[in-house]
Design a binder for this molecule. Structure first.
Ligand code: MN
Ligand code: MN
Length: 461
């Protein structure tokens, strides 16, 4: 059911709806608290998939096993992206029902030569990842997550700053008393990217040594993690807001957390996918990396990762040919799920209030995204949208439509246009977010619930 501005999903919920909603959003908040990087997401997703009977596609290939209707497989791509397949009754050539979302989020990445000492303190130099308002990243507790790859082939996992007894890090800001020059600057220049360095220590190792505070940090890193200064070169360490996802508001109707763009769509897609029993058309859940920097790299949507995985699955099912795969791709339908900008009454001037997403009004569909004259958008077909409308109505899913802000206010893109390259029907949809890309983003629990229902209905259609 399409909700207009006067309606609200909360009003229609039964006792049982509210119970289901709470279970879903509690587990979502646990997922967010546990998974702060794309690698941590993949690890958790694979573990949940295995519990639901999914098998590693690599083992199927190695053992020369045959795949058949009903089989469930996953492929982990470099630990940063994952594709799941649930084989349907219909031939691949009829197309698949695909759910897609991204699992990378904006953050501060450590540079390759990050550690330095200045003013008697040790710092880690960073380079921000994705679109951030730099001033939002100062004076908040940050945790460090990631991996250090050693030359002997081992991988050291790092996570510091989440447990209560662990230290955190921060980027300092100049005190207001001395900020007269800073306060005159444009907000985009008030905090510079090169100044987003983490404060990580202040005890010198010994008097008279060069950079004694830095030397002390290196000693701690050696003792605790067996890594040295050179190992940063082959590391991926991400500074992210420390702490857990929380319920927001007196009525606990919202979620406040880091990384909801786009883990809110990734998690809801996954939950819907794993809980779907038999499917007629083969189902796919595609959770990818690097969307925030343009879907680049081997683990981003612009790589051939999905095509390669599909070729293997079709081959293992005895259904592969170049033509059969092209038909499978072209005849597929996809919900490309990513967050939408929720109407913010405090910044109403950047929205068209008649074409905005509102909290509690359900899962959001965007016919197009993009910038200026729809540049860079996918612009879904009317016929496909009509089909989606009837699926949502049949599934009693509450939904709304929106644009990303008013015309010429800005813009953005998703992975939708990349999958459309295969000639399949794709539409952007997802959950509305306030403070998108901020260290702590806000979503509505009702919208999370409706998104999950929408994905489930789509998979069974
Ligand atoms: Mn996104
Ligand atoms: Mn984003």
């Amino acid at each position: 059911m399409r909700l207009d501005n006067s309606e609200n999903a909360w009003l229609g919920y039964s006792k049982n709806d509210r119970k289901e909603l709470k279970e879903l959003t509690d587990s979502y908040m646990e997922f967010l608290s546990k998974c702060k990087t794309e690698r941590e997401c993949v690890r958790e997703i694979v573990s949940l998939a295995k519990k639901s009977g999914y098998k590693d596609l690599r083992n199927i290939i190695e053992d020369n096993k045959r795949l058949k209707h009903g089989d469930k497989v996953y492929l982990d791509i470099m630990g940063k992206a994952v594709v799941l397949f649930h084989l349907g009754n219909e031939p691949f050539e009829n197309g698949m029902n695909i759910l897609g979302a991204h699992i990378d989020s904006p953050r501060l990445d450590l540079k390759q030569n990050p550690l330095y000492e200045d003013g008697g303190m040790a710092y880690l130099n960073t380079h921000y990842y994705g679109g951030i308002k730099k001033y939002q990243y100062v004076t908040i507790p940050l945790a460090l997550h990631g991996v250090v790859a050693k030359t002997d082939g081992s991988l050291v996992e790092i996570s510091i700053g989440e447990a209560d007894d662990e230290p955190v890090f921060t980027v300092t800001d100049i005190l207001i008393h001395l900020a007269s020059e800073q306060m005159e600057k444009k907000v985009g220049k008030a905090v510079e990217g090169e100044d987003l360095d983490l404060l990580v220590g202040s005890i010198p190792i010994k008097a008279k040594e060069k950079d004694p505070v830095k030397q002390n940090i290196l000693k701690i890193l050696k003792d605790k993690y067996m890594i040295d200064d050179n190992d940063f070169v082959s590391a991926e360490l991400e500074a992210v807001p420390a702490g857990k996802a929380r319920s927001l508001g007196f009525d606990e109707s919202m979620v406040l957390s880091y990384g909801q763009d786009d883990r809110v769509c990734a998690y809801t897609s996954l939950v819907a996918f794993l809980s779907t029993p038999e499917v007629e058309r083969t189902g796919v859940c595609l959770l990818v990396d690097k969307e925030e920097i343009g879907s680049v790299g081997a683990t981003g949507m612009r790589s051939r990762l999905f095509e390669n995985a599909l070729a293997e699955v079709m081959n293992a099912a005895g259904a592969y040919s170049d033509l059969a795969m092209r038909r499978a791709l072209q005849n597929s339908k996809m919900l490309s799920s990513d967050v939408s900008a929720s109407f913010d009454p405090l910044y109403a001037s950047v929205f068209d209030k008649y074409n905005s997403a509102y909290f509690g009004h359900g899962v959001v569909f965007n016919k197009y995204t993009g910038s200026r004259g729809k540049s860079g958008s996918n612009d879904a077909n009317a016929e496909f949208i009509a089909e989606i409308r009837s699926i949502l109505d049949a599934g009693n899913v509450k939904y709304q439509t929106c644009e990303l802000g008013k015309v010429d206010a800005g813009g953005g893109g998703t992975i939708a246009y990349i999958m459309a390259l295969y000639g399949m029907d794709v539409i952007d949809c997802g959950v509305a977010v306030l403070s998108m890309h901020a260290p702590y983003e806000v979503t509505s629990k009702a919208d999370i619930y409706e998104a999950t229902k929408a994905y489930r209905a789509f998979l069974l259609a």
